[in-house]
Design a protein around this ligand. Structure first.
Ligand code: GLY
Length: 313
């Protein structure tokens, strides 16, 4: 098939503190590369960016290592409530669900809402939509997450958030989990998707950045998905800030550099992945690690052992 544009793809499985050893790094790398391979093949076969993003999010939501879908962290009351958003850059259209339970792929609800008059639904509305679509009820809880919550309960919830990368070869408290996918398709269309189980141990009703334009945003010029502490991402309005800077004429590397320098000065704990319509790939973090991988059209790379503020291709 003749490609008008070389597709590009970048995904993340969260940001946080050290992966504590190579075992963890290799396991996460394998998980991310598997998703990159499947989703990049879709882009090469002409799949629109928005559909490729949804598929990437589904695969990451199904991986219990990441804090989204299966393997989501538990909130303070022992329940899982997930949030997800999708933004089509071509139509500059955002949709999402906030604090939804008992669904395998929260991103599917965001996808359905792309063509709805009411495009962001919270808990009750999202549950109604699940019923309407006759999506089977799904238990996203894993033994590891339950064990983590039980331990915290014994310690009277002293931690402000859960550890969010599960089942590594070595124990880790790497945090701030979310998953995200950003794609540029063979027709030059951009899309971004983000999904999360939240911070873990949070108050009932706390709203994540992942289903806000602060955490997930795209125009025809650029697309961004964020990870990290939701409150920090909201305070920076990070995804929209980067995308608007590019839309207004700044290059993607400059927009990332400026936005992350500001975030660093404000002592935020966050990360982001980004693409622009020229095919530039970028990532940034103020956290210790960013669990991201990308396909630049020629090869797959990752950011797992990268130590910097912003970088790109
Ligand atoms: N960025 C995920 C959250 O804080 O909810």
């Amino acid at each position: 098939m003749e490609l008008q544009v070389q597709p590009k793809l970048i995904i993340h499985g969260g940001a946080g503190s050290s992966l504590k050893g190579k075992g963890g790094v290799d396991i996460v790398r394998r998980s991310l590369f598997k998703v990159i391979e499947e989703v990049y093949a879709l882009l090469l076969s002409g799949t629109p960016a928005i559909d490729a993003v949804v598929r990437g999010c589904q695969l990451l939501e199904d991986d219990p290592r990441f804090n989204a879908g299966t393997g989501s962290v538990l909130q303070s009351d022992g329940q899982i409530r997930m949030s997800a958003a999708l933004m089509d850059g071509l139509r500059q259209r955002f949709s999402g669900v906030i604090n939804v339970s008992r669904v395998q792929h929260p991103i599917d609800l965001a996808y359905t809402l792309q063509n709805s008059d009411d495009r962001v639904l919270s808990d009750y509305g999202a549950a109604e939509l699940l019923r309407e679509l006759q999506i089977p009820s799904y238990d996203a809880m894993t033994d590891l997450r339950l064990g983590e919550w039980m331990q915290e309960r014994q310690e009277n919830f002293g931690k402000s958030m859960a550890g969010v990368i599960a089942q590594l070869a070595e124990p880790t408290n790497a945090g701030r989990g979310t998953i995200g996918v950003v794609a540029l398709d063979s027709q030059g269309r951009l899309a971004a998707g983000t999904s999360t189980g939240g911070k873990g141990f949070e108050r009932i009703g706390r709203v994540s950045d992942s289903a806000m334009p602060a955490g997930n945003y795209a125009t025809t010029h650029a697309a961004v998905s964020c990870t990290g502490i939701g409150e920090d991402i909201i305070d920076e309005c990070l995804a929209a800030r980067i995308v608007v800077r590019v839309t207004d004429g700044m290059t993607l590397p400059d927009a990332m550099q400026r936005s992350f320098t500001e975030a660093n000065q404000h002592q935020r704990d966050l990360g982001a992945i980004a693409l622009d319509s020229t095919g530039a790939i970028a990532w940034g973090k103020t956290s210790e690690v960013l669990l991201a991988a990308f396909h630049d059209g020629e090869q797959i790379g990752d950011t797992l052992e990268w130590t910097g503020l912003t970088n790109g291709l």
